[in-house]
Design a protein around this ligand. Sequence first.
Ligand SMILES: [Zn+2]
Length: 156
Amino acid sequence: MQGRSSVEMCVREGYRAIALEDLNVKGMMSNSRLAPHIADAGIGGLLQKIRYKAGETGLKIIEIPRFYASSKTCPDCGEKNEIGSRERWTCSSCGVRHDRDQAAARNIKDAAWGMLLVVEAPSSSEEAQKNLDELGAKDVERLVRERKRLGGSQAH
Ligand SMILES: [Zn+2]
């Protein structure tokens, strides 16, 4: 994925926001198993490009707080599981089997929708940005639970 062209595609398709997980790139680089993959992907530079391009086009960037447990929270029932480093895991509460990356993607989408509603609620965009910056992992968990209660996720 190229930062610029993917942002342009989002604008063309009428998307309002891009959700990024605030990945701890430095922490991952210190992990010898992950470091080569992170370096290959050039993730730090890619995120910078996406932020820059989004600023130019007015697309909102929703940054999911780093401590939100996106890969171990069950996207079906909201239960937070202990999964260690497993790629696939079964929810201890509802018994559904998940792939950690797919679970993370679904949770990030739900989290971003919840956060977008917070951003769009206040009258001034300055106030909206302040609200967004103040959201922590616990707030995001609450927003995702509320979304699950309301049922279903919207198209995009
Ligand atoms: Zn579950």
